[in-house]
Design a protein around this ligand. Structure first.
Ligand code: NAD
Length: 506
């Protein structure tokens, strides 16, 4: 595949040949065994700026041979890397954090351009967390070096439990938080002595490339971190089914997660799946209304709703329904959409023409399902961005809680509003979806907040806050939102094999 101009025209964007004046697109390369290398075929995919539709890079569409080379490099490097002490590997993680920190602005600018998200968000969330992830796991692994094994005494024996590396890990990530999510996997994986092959989203490959450049600059041993660019069919699928891959950590959509699970299962690979969500924000009559409106607007529209944790269903108790809805819609209409590179912009573009089409199809479906759009629902395109992918933040009411729009993941700037009477009603609506990732409860009475939280079938619930992250706590979902937990010691457990050695006393 070369430039695919027809496909781009069909998708409604400008022809891919239209690059920014004076700016040739940057051709990315894979990173294998400590070297930047070309892929083994002639297939490329254009990387487009979501805000403008301009092409600014080309990403290799790697294939099985490229995956084989990367896995083989990772396998070759594993014994030596796994033989380092926890302290030595923690030092490497700190070096990576230091080097990335110097590129803070570059990370934010690339991420904003690649994803269409506002630069302020890319700084505060993407750049910040990418550095913090390496720093955090350096600290946790250094703590482990102080106590690398556990002992369990019996009357006649001592049990020693050690944490061995699993081996070669495949790390597959989506487009919404590119380096944030990749670093969340790379840091604990290599920290525990594994070597890795990364496969970032083909839509947002730029900061994964920046991470490889950074590792190269600081001289991380060859083969410890490898990267293969490409799409799911060409690169992701051969990676997850590769006989020499021992572990797969996947973050992405639920349908893809099912394929990954199917590929990994016959070889009993260790598997973590962080998948989609349809999270509820539950608002009780006794909440602090001003703070709740502010918090729920953020939970609904951060990154244009393209965060797996976003609260896309808002359940409001009847006593404050009208007042909340008025204030909420006013606040949403006051958000500043526009140029992602401007500091004051609050909402940017949607990731791609295809994804915009999917999100818009739900807005159409909502009408068919009897919903009323209170605001948004149509493109809201800043002047100079007419070839980008834009949708105004959209608020829909009047849908049945079990309608498709209210239960399926939309993953865009679209929320549905639902009125409830009692605590039990709210819990029933919240649990009425196949997803079970996260949720938030907004309430005056914290005992009620905790009680409701405990009854919601998800991996995480915030009370009177949202996305308030402590990196030590477990992260992950239930039902169609995934399998397993990452975060803090859960990541260390997932990226290692606990081994028991039982020494019988004389
Ligand atoms: P996606 O599933 O389309 O792609 C994710 C990654 O998987 C990409 O790198 C893609 O190339 C790769 N891939 C695709 N097919 C594959 C296959 N058959 N085998 C192996 N890899 C394959 O997801 P997306 O559109 O990039 O991301 C959006 C989704 O990610 C949403 O559903 C969102 O909820 C979810 N997400 C979940 C979390 C979480 O922590 N639970 C975080 C962020 C995003």
């Amino acid at each position: 595949m070369k430039l695919e101009p027809e496909k781009c025209c069909e998708s409604g964007c400008i022809p891919c040949e239209r690059d920014r004046e004076g700016e040739a697109p940057f051709d990315l390369e894979n990173y294998v065994n400590g070297k930047f290398v070309s892929h083994s075929n002639e297939d490329w995919l254009n990387v487009l700026e979501p805000a403008t539709g301009y092409r600014f890079a080309r990403v290799p569409l790697s294939g099985t041979d490229d995956v084989d080379a990367a896995v083989s490099a990772a396998r070759g490097a594993q014994a030596e890397w796994g033989g380092l002490s926890f302290g030595e590997r923690a030092d490497w993680l700190d070096k990576i954090a230091d080097a990335l920190e110097k590129k803070y602005e570059e990370i934010a600018a690339l991420e904003s351009r690649d994803t269409g998200k506002p630069i302020a968000l890319a700084r505060a969330v993407d750049a910040y967390r990418s550095v913090a992830n390496f720093r955090f796991f350096a600290g946790l692994i250094r703590e482990k070096s102080a106590k690398p094994e556990e002992h369990f005494e019996m009357d006649d024996a001592t049990n020693i439990v050690v944490s061995n590396p699993v081996g070669v890990a495949a790390l597959i990530t989506p487009w919404n938080l590119p380096l944030y999510l990749l670093s969340w996997k790379v840091a604990p994986a290599i920290g525990m002595g594994n070597t890795v092959v990364c496969k970032p989203s083909e839509l947002t490959p730029m900061t994964a490339n920046l991470l490889m450049e950074t590792l190269h600059e600081i001289g991380l041993p060859a083969g410890v971190v490898n990267l293969i660019h490409g799409d799911g069919a060409g690169a992701g699928s051969p990676l997850t089914s590769h006989a020499n891959v021992d572990l797969v950590s996947f973050t992405g959509g639920t349908a893809t997660g099912a394929k990954v699970a199917e590929a990994a299962a016959p070889q009993f690979k260790k598997l973590s799946l962080e998948l989609g969500g349809k999270n509820a924000s539950i608002i009780f009559d006794d909440c602090d209304l001003e703070k709740t409106v502010e918090g729920v607007v953020r939970a609904s529209f951060l990154n244009s709703g393209q965060v797996c944790l976003c609260g896309s269903r808002i359940l409001i108790q009847s006593g404050i329904y009208d007042e909340f809805v008025k204030k909420f819609v006013d606040a949403v209409e006051g958000m500043k959409i526009g140029d992602p590179s401007e500091d004051s912009t609050e909402l940017g573009a949607i990731i791609s023409a295809d994804h915009l089409e999917k999100v818009e199809s739900y807005v159409t479906l909502a009408k068919e399902e009897g919903g009323t759009t209170l605001t948004g629902g149509k493109p809201c395109i800043p002047n100079e961005f007419e070839h980008g992918y834009w949708l105004a933040p959209t608020v829909i009411e009047g849908l049945a809680p079990d309608s498709r729009c209210s239960t399926e993941e939309i993953f865009g700037p679209v929320v549905t509003l639902h009125k409830f009477e009692t605590e039990d009603d709210a819990v029933a609506i919240a649990n009425g979806t196949r997803y079970g990732l996260a949720g938030s409860v907004w309430v005056g009475d914290l005992d009620k907040g905790r009680r409701v939280a405990e009854n919601i079938h998800t991996g995480m619930v915030w009370v009177n806050t949202w996305l308030h992250r402590d990196l030590r706590v477990p992260f992950g979902g239930v039902k169609d939102s995934g399998v397993g937990r990452e975060g803090g010691r859960w990541s260390l457990g997932f990226f290692s094999e606990a081994m028991n050695i039982c020494l019988k006393h004389d």
